[in-house]
Design a binder for this molecule. Structure first.
Ligand SMILES: [Zn+2]
Ligand SMILES: [Zn+2]
Length: 280
């Protein structure tokens, strides 16, 4: 959802040369309600994951209030769980930190708290000073997933999610196309530290075109520079891309295109991974 807004802005910039900072600021102002919805959905997702962790210990930990306030006759007949008042989102971390063998990292506690506050600010107040932005939203989502699901799971989860969506309206291989389009946008949007932590992608290193991602859709010219030498040595015979999670064998020979200083060549794709030209 939030990346679609970024793509839309990029398309507009390309199509009509819309690049004045005031116009971009106006665009993001108009997108606040969609960004607010995204923040709400992320919080809802984190809530579900935290509730699931509480239920692993005991679902009864979710029941709030004194027994005197529980639904009438709940001790005389079976009552639906949904009839009971449950604890608030703000107490989930406290409950888990009390009953689990390990406590949450303070970074997650702050992140979740900030997310709840941002969500409440959007839902319950009209605050002109508050402006949501895509980078913060994605960073919160990715770091939260690191804690609640596990390290570097997002590429896999996003792919599984896309596979569930039936009609994306793209030709060819829609799941891969959308995934490549989305993640190549993310690479330029997020802080290097977040990229390294959540995708293992080191933006400080020399980047090469990933031949597989560049050719994901025959109808669209893609410049996807997400391949890194693996291992990172001057004679490395391999590049790896975190988006398609593929390794590609490379030969270290100088490119014969004029002006290209590249020396990383993919024999399988007949492609210089610096300038994309074939050797033929
Ligand atoms: Zn790739
Ligand atoms: Zn080249």
């Amino acid at each position: 959802m939030v990346l679609r807004l970024v793509h839309q802005l990029e398309d507009a910039k390309e199509a009509v040369g819309l690049d004045a900072p005031e116009t971009e600021a106006k665009y993001w102002k108009a997108a606040q309600s969609e960004l607010g919805t995204a923040i709400g959905l992320i919080q809802q997702g984190f809530d579900f994951l935290l509730k699931a962790q509480i239920c692993e210990v005991s679902p009864y930990l979710l029941i709030s209030r004194n027994p005197a306030d529980w639904p009438k006759k709940c001790d005389k007949e079976d009552i639906e769980f949904a009839e009971f008042r449950t604890i608030d989102s703000q107490d989930f971390v406290k409950v888990l930190d009390t009953v689990s063998p390990t406590r949450f990292d303070p970074e997650f506690v702050t992140l979740f708290d900030d997310l709840r506050k941002r969500r409440n600010r959007i839902m319950h107040t009209i605050d002109p000073a508050f402006e949501a932005n895509v980078k913060d939203i994605l960073t919160t989502l990715l770091l939260g997933v690191e804690y609640l699901i596990g390290p570097r799971q997002w590429v896999r989860l996003r792919k599984e999610n896309l596979e569930r969506e039936v009609d994306l309206g793209y030709d060819g291989d829609p799941v891969s196309f959308v995934q490549v389009h989305d993640f190549s946008t993310v690479v330029d949007l997020l802080d290097p530290a977040v990229l390294l932590r959540c995708f293992g992608f080191d933006r400080k290193r020399r980047r090469y075109h990933c031949p597989s991602c560049c050719h994901v859709d025959d109808n669209v010219e893609m410049d996807v520079m997400t391949a890194l030498l693996q291992p990172n040595t001057p004679i490395s015979p391999n590049v790896y891309c975190f988006i398609c999670t593929q390794d590609q064998i490379v030969e270290r020979i100088d490119c014969n295109s004029s002006g290209c200083m590249g020396n990383v060549y993919s024999p399988d794709w007949d492609m210089c991974l610096t300038c994309k030209q074939s050797r033929a």
